[in-house]
Ligand binder design. Structure first.
Ligand SMILES: Cc1cc2nc3c(=O)[nH]c(=O)nc-3n(C[C@H](O)[C@H](O)[C@H](O)COP(=O)(O)OP(=O)(O)OC[C@H]3O[C@@H](n4cnc5c(N)ncnc54)[C@H](O)[C@@H]3O)c2cc1C
Length: 319
């Protein structure tokens, strides 16, 4: 396999995970973007800075939320561009769409990779598995490869030279498969100014130790521009929404910095955040499991430590 053309797919807006995939694509070949919704001027500016000279727009409307339709569009674009590598930023929908596209393209599929490289003509993807305890690599032996790329695995960087992005429409079949009806699609609004949990570079998570008062967690998250996460116990208590839950029955995250305050670090939670770059624990109990695996542990009351940390960060930013 040679990856002359690498198709990067934006299922929604062109945000950091898309630009991370474009950055990775540049190490494999020439990136071409497929967007399933119209591109804004800000999108094309960002793509130009990232070195994407060609962008295809398959405007699927609401049908883009159906993975079978999105997957068909991805396969159509891969065939139209002759791409041998197709990258999608990981999400629940992206993983399913990637599987549909791989089936249609007769391609090997890698899910949630953190690294990708071409070796002896094969695409090799790496990722951590089993709650972050094993590093694995997998090679695709088929002529075409489809991979979903984990958010924050690499840092999005501009290309050495910016280009002008030429946008062209791509005609695709947007009909839903027989028997499938797209009934309703609900976007969960994000707190203003906060990144989405699954793609945030910094996450501040609060657990039962907050006793339901998340003001200190929010203050530190605001100071850091971080997303807020939590444990299942806090969700069960009704203190936080389910889409903030990290862990086995919640979201798996791998931010560059994870701060867990008032969280014991039970295996069910641990499995969802262990791949984080740097782990900081704030806990009154020095024997808490999260303290044991943390890169940095602060022993004390989170209601004192988090506001003090937020204040120090604000002062540092202002100075
Ligand atoms: C099938 C199954 C699936 C599950 N899935 C998930 C999942 O996806 N995600 C998840 O998170 N959990 C999950 N759980 C629950 C999980 O097992 C734990 O019960 C949960 O993670 C514990 O939440 P916690 O750390 O907030 O609470 P606790 O375990 O009660 O820990 C609270 C911590 O706060 C500390 N603390 C108390 N007061 C303060 C203070 N003032 N300042 C600082 N520290 C303080 C304590 O020392 C303690 O370490 C699952 C459980 C089951 C059975």
């Amino acid at each position: 396999m040679t990856a002359a053309t690498v198709l990067v797919v934006a299922l929604g807006e062109v945000r950091s995970p898309v630009l991370e995939s474009v950055t990775l694509a540049r190490t494999l070949g020439t990136p071409v973007l497929l967007s399933l919704q119209p591109l804004s001027e800000a999108d094309t500016d960002a793509l130009g800075r990232a070195g994407v000279a060609r962008a295809l727009v398959a405007d699927l409307g609401e049908a883009r939320h159906a993975p079978a339709v999105a997957g068909r569009a991805v396969a159509t674009a891969a065939e139209a561009t002759g791409a041998t590598v197709v990258l999608l930023p990981t999400s629940f929908v992206a993983k399913e769409a990637a599987a549909h596209a791989a089936f249609l393209l007769d391609a090997g599929l890698l899910v949630d990779v953190a690294t990708l490289r071409l070796e002896s003509g094969e695409l090799v993807g790496g990722k951590r598995v089993f709650a972050g305890t094993w590093e694995t690599e997998c090679a695709v032996t088929s002529p075409v490869a489809v991979a979903t790329v984990r958010a924050n695995a690499i840092v999005a960087a501009d290309a050495p030279e910016a280009v002008t992005t030429a946008v062209e429409p791509l005609s695709v079949d947007a009909t839903l498969p027989r028997g499938l009806v797209l009934d309703e699609h609900e976007e969960h609004p994000r707190a203003e100014g906060r990144p989405a949990l699954a793609e945030a570079a910094v996450v501040v998570a609060g657990g039962r130790g907050t006793e339901g008062d998340f003001a200190a967690v929010e203050e530190l998250a605001d100071a850091l521009g971080a997303a807020i996460g939590t444990t299942r116990d806090c969700v069960d208590e009704g203190w936080q929404p389910h889409d903030a839950q990290i862990g086995q029955t919640g979201v798996t995250i791998a931010p560059r910095l994870y701060i867990g305050a008032g969280i014991s670090g039970a295996p069910h939670h641990h499995g969802g955040m262990q791949a984080s770059g740097t782990i900081v624990a704030v806990n009154v109990d020095p024997d808490a499991p999260l303290v044991q695996i943390a890169d940095l542990a602060v022993i004390g009351d989170l209601q004192e430590i988090l506001p003090a940390a937020a204040q120090a960060i604000r002062e540092h930013r202002e100075s």
